[in-house]
Design a protein around this ligand. Structure first.
Ligand code: CO
Length: 141
């Protein structure tokens, strides 16, 4: 049902410092400008890899969902993985029909790539927060 791995989300205290690590140690050449997503409470910076992307996210504002995560893991760490799906509503209904818990109301919101996304509860994915992102397959990377 799911398509390609689109990105791996990594929480960090500072997206610029984290991006530098990916450049210095792993030779990432494509590093995008950071941008704020105030409604999500995160600042985002994408680092391109040969077949995927790293989504660096740092807390933004007083009510960021990353604050608690980074309190537990001050050095940062893997926050979620994101897979592409063709139709976000079909994917959501399919996940629910299988008994998986979709976070929030289940209404898709616009993610960092400007397309609708949902999140599936880590308890239904072996402890991994899974983001599903609508991306027509023919327009993939
Ligand atoms: Co993401």
């Amino acid at each position: 049902m799911i398509g390609r791995l689109n990105h791996v989300g990594i929480a960090t205290q500072d997206v610029e410092k984290a991006a530098l690590l990916w450049q210095t140690f792993y030779g990432a050449t494509q590093v995008h400008e950071a941008f704020d997503m105030p409604e999500q409470g995160v600042r985002v910076k994408f680092v391109d890899l040969p077949n995927s992307q790293i989504e660096l996210i740092e807390p933004l504002g007083d009510h960021s969902p990353l604050t608690a995560f980074l309190a537990k893991s001050p050095a940062g760490g893997q926050h979620h993985i994101c897979f592409e799906v063709e139709d976000i509503l079909v994917a959501r209904d399919d996940m629910r029909a299988k008994g998986a818990r979709v976070l929030g109301t289940g209404e898709p919101r616009i993610g960092a790539h400007g397309t609708p996304v949902i999140f599936v509860h880590p308890k239904d994915s072996g402890g991994v927060l899974v983001e599903l992102m609508q991306t027509p397959m023919e327009e993939s990377l």
